[in-house]
Ligand binder design. Structure first.
Ligand code: T3D
Length: 259
């Protein structure tokens, strides 16, 4: 159906939640879903009232990666990655606000790496992460080759990618692949507490923090220190910095507005 909502949008104060909504197929990505997800991400980026974005899945899965029934599969896999998954990963990495993946169930293939590319990954204890690519003769995409070794080191990255084994959320937390694993029943509440907390923070500085940390991994120490100085100069000129210092000195709560 052309107008079927494959990506649901909900607002809770300044937190926006996008829910991938193809539960019968574990929210695997189709072209139609991508056509709804991209504008939804743009809308969250453009809407000044949104200060934190949460991405989750409907039903028992988070996202099982590329829908292998989609007519596009097999036509030109590299083109799909270049045209769809690369811009998706880059969009997440450049959002002007913090992005939380609230992983409610299995996250496989591009679905796993889509989650891992978010700023913070909070997962239900019953959730799992699977680099499913190797089982169908592909390599990790949607940022997997870049993210995995940085998150958990080369040995674990290669182990996860080659075996395609299911990694339970608890283990994912233990090895540093994700931020936190919580009881299933607590996931929605814990996600919202975290999201509201981030939304009340100086989000412009949070987005700059992500950008500089990502950039710092590609440059040497001296260049990273110079980059810190340049970006700190920019942050120091923002109203949020003045407000943060004023609130601290006045012993009151800060109200941050920059975005
Ligand atoms: O063009 C390109 O391909 C390039 C891009 C590639 C990026 C990628 O993401 S490649 C990797 C694609 N994903 C996978 O290979 C994962 C495939 N799915 C699975 O291995 C398993 O479904 C899971 C381990 C994720 C979950 O297993 P389980 O036993 O909990 O559930 P299930 O019974 O396998 O799945 C439930 C339903 O979802 C089932 O449909 P049915 O039989 O009830 O009608 C299953 O077919 C469907 N489903 C799950 N994943 C996909 C899917 N349908 C289409 N595509 C999927 N990826």
């Amino acid at each position: 159906m052309a107008d079927e909502s494959l990506v649901l949008t909900a607002n809770n104060g300044s937190v926006r939640t996008l829910t991938l909504n193809r539960p019968a197929s574990l929210n695997s990505f189709t072209s139609a879903m991508h056509r709804q997800l991209r504008p939804a991400l743009e809308a969250a980026a453009d809407d000044e009232s949104v200060r934190c974005l949460v991405i989750t899945g409907a039903g028992r899965g988070f996202c099982a990666g590329q829908d292998l029934n989609d007519p596009e599969v097999g036509s030109n896999v590299g083109q799909v990655v270049e045209r769809v998954y690369k811009p998706l990963a880059l969009r997440i990495a450049s959002m002007p606000i913090p992005v939380i993946a609230s992983v409610n169930g299995v996250a496989a293939g591009a679905g796993a790496n889509f989650a891992l590319g978010c700023d913070l990954v909070i997962a239900a204890r019953s959730a799992s992460f699977i680099q499913a690519f190797s089982k169908i003769g592909l390599i990790p995409d949607c940022g997997g080759t870049w993210l995995l070794p940085r998150l958990v080191g080369r040995a674990r990255a290669i182990g996860l990618a080659m075996t395609g084994d299911k990694l339970p959320a608890e283990e994912a937390e233990r090895i540093g692949l994700i931020w936190r694993c919580v009881d299933d029943a607590a996931l929605a509440d814990q996600t919202m507490v975290l999201a509201q907390h981030l939304a009340a923070m100086p989000v412009k500085a949070l987005a700059a923090t992500r950008r500089v940390i990502d950039e710092a991994m590609k440059i040497d120490y001296a260049d990273a220190l110079s980059l810190e100085a340049r970006v700190q100069n920019d942050m120091g000129a923002q109203a949020d910095f003045r407000e943060g210092v004023a609130a601290f000195l006045a012993k009151r709560g800060a109200k941050f507005n920059d975005r």
